[in-house]
Design a protein around this ligand. Structure first.
Ligand SMILES: *[C@@H]1O[C@H](CO)[C@@H](O)[C@H](O)[C@H]1NC(C)=O
Ligand SMILES: *[C@@H]1O[C@H](CO)[C@@H](O)[C@H](O)[C@H]1NC(C)=O
Ligand SMILES: *[C@@H]1O[C@H](CO)[C@@H](O)[C@H](O)[C@H]1NC(C)=O
Ligand SMILES: *[C@@H]1O[C@H](CO)[C@@H](O)[C@H](O)[C@H]1NC(C)=O
Length: 432
């Protein structure tokens, strides 16, 4: 069940005066949502999480939500102010502009907090709230996060780089590529990876557990399939379903706000993508250089490069025996990337300063408080090992051995993780 009882109903103080018509002193929060998805009562809308966000004048709170486009009645925010209920305030409903034809769209519910309210929790209602002594409030509350404005950056910024991975679903089993990719992130200076998980294979789940236990990975449960019929595709007319790609837009935006206080930079890329600096050894020196050139910029677009997973590097020197039984792609074996064909690519992934961004899509930022910069491919590009749409002819591809610069550090780290996952072929290792 999705709620915990913080107090019992007996704990409500019905503080009726002599005349019997004073409002009761209602305590809150009574029921706090323990889920990442919380339906709004009497609607088809879903709330995800509430954040303090005072970057837009006159508004204090942004609630990342998923709204049904068809139902657009006015909504209201109610706050729990350090133990007592506020009056409600009208909500601004801001649907994100890209819905790709789906009925459900990522939506920001934005509200003003009433004066003198030290808000700790928020909920969204279809009617303005009036206290009623005969009907104690039992709303489901969302905790209000990012309430640490008073702390210094030094106290808040726990991470320099956080990678947000927006959706893990189906029977995803690409363990080898995942472990190689996470270890590459670590070598490049990533401090934290956040993954929104609907489902995956058992082996994969084991790898997630290993990384979560050591604190490098934060797995956010994402049971979107309990509430909607999520689409495995990005376009309604092609794949059907209620919501774009398992709610990817929502989780990407949620991840930005989740990391706004605590991470200097956020990388928005998929699980099979590595944002790779070509002139620097790690992301911090890359970003130091980029920010020196572009001091006011908080949005950096990184171009995609597709490395064919069906073309193997001929010497097979990284076809290692200990990885023989591990499901998934060995990225060290795929060094042929598609040659640019003169057309401009729009398939960017993004490095952002989360505090500069208001709304994002997958390949571009929708609303930001800063300009954006397109980073040249010789400075930084995405290593994305996957199926190529080009024919298998070598002339369509060029070699890129950048990953091999890290192999000496990478391989033992991958082995160590696979051993913990229970997938390393120990005989293979010994024979080597
Ligand atoms: C939304 O409303 C339109 C027009 O009333 C209707 O045709 C459509 O089926 C509705 N879609 C959903 C998902 O309810
Ligand atoms: C707001 O409430 C929190 C406890 O929920 C408390 O720690 C904080 O000091 C309060 N802030 C103000 C300004 O009263
Ligand atoms: C809370 O309110 C709903 C109706 O809004 C009601 O169905 C439910 O029983 C109430 N829960 C409790 C614990 O009283
Ligand atoms: C972030 O980078 C700075 C500068 O390189 C470094 O001093 C600091 O320790 C890093 N913080 C974390 C959490 O890694």
């Amino acid at each position: 069940v999705c709620v915990i009882l913080h107090l019992h109903f007996n704990d409500f103080k019905t503080n009726l005066g002599q005349e019997g018509h004073e409002w009761p002193t209602v305590t809150c929060p009574f029921l706090v949502s323990q889920q990442t998805i919380t339906p709004i009562d009497d609607t088809r809308h879903l709330l995800v999480s509430g954040y303090m966000d005072q970057r837009v004048k006159g508004l204090d709170v942004r609630i990342i939500s998923i709204f049904n486009k068809n139902t657009t009645h006015p909504m209201h925010c109610l706050f729990c102010c350090a133990g007592s209920l506020s009056t409600s305030t009208p909500a601004s409903i801001l649907p994100h502009p890209e819905d790709f034809g789906f009925a459900y769209v990522t939506t920001d519910v934005m509200c003003h907090i009433p004066q003198d309210c030290n808000a700790t929790h928020v909920t969204v209602l279809t009617e303005p709230f009036t206290q009623n002594p005969t009907k104690p409030s039992n709303h489901t509350w969302l905790p209000l996060r990012n309430r640490n404005k008073h702390l210094s950056d030094q106290e808040k910024l726990k991470f320099n780089f956080t990678v947000c991975i927006s959706s893990l679903f189906g029977d995803y089993d690409n363990v080898l590529q995942f472990v190689q990719t996470l270890e590459m992130y670590r070598l490049l200076g990533v401090d934290r990876v956040v993954i929104y998980k609907t489902s995956c294979s058992r082996n994969f789940d084991r790898a997630l557990q290993i990384y979560s236990q050591e604190g490098f990975l934060e797995v956010v449960p994402w049971p979107i399939d309990k509430y909607l019929n999520p689409s495995p595709g990005w376009l309604f007319s092609r794949s059907g379903g209620d919501v774009h790609y398992f709610g990817q837009m929502t989780t990407l935006n949620e991840c930005i706000y989740r990391n706004m206080e605590r991470s200097r930079y956020v990388l928005l890329n998929d699980m099979d993508e590595i944002i790779m600096p070509y002139q620097h050894n790690n992301l911090m020196s890359l970003m130091d250089a980029l920010q020196t050139q572009h001091p006011e910029t908080g949005v950096f677009l990184i171009e995609n490069q597709i490395f064919s997973k069906t073309i193997f590097e001929p010497s097979r020197r990284f076809h290692l025996p200990q990885w023989e039984g591990v499901p998934g792609v060995n990225i060290l074996e795929h060094i042929h990337k598609e040659k640019p064909n003169g057309k401009v690519s729009y398939l960017y992934k993004i490095i952002i300063q989360p505090r500069m961004v208001e709304q994002t899509s997958v390949h571009r930022v929708i609303k930001a408080f800063s300009s954006k910069v397109l980073v040249p491919l010789d400075v930084c590009g995405i290593i994305h090992v996957r199926d190529s749409f080009r024919g298998p002819d070598y002339k369509n591809f060029q070699m890129d051995k950048r990953l091999w610069d890290f192999q000496e550090l990478l391989i033992p780290r991958v082995d160590e993780v696979l051993k913990k996952v229970g997938l390393l072929n120990e005989t293979g290792r010994a024979e080597e």
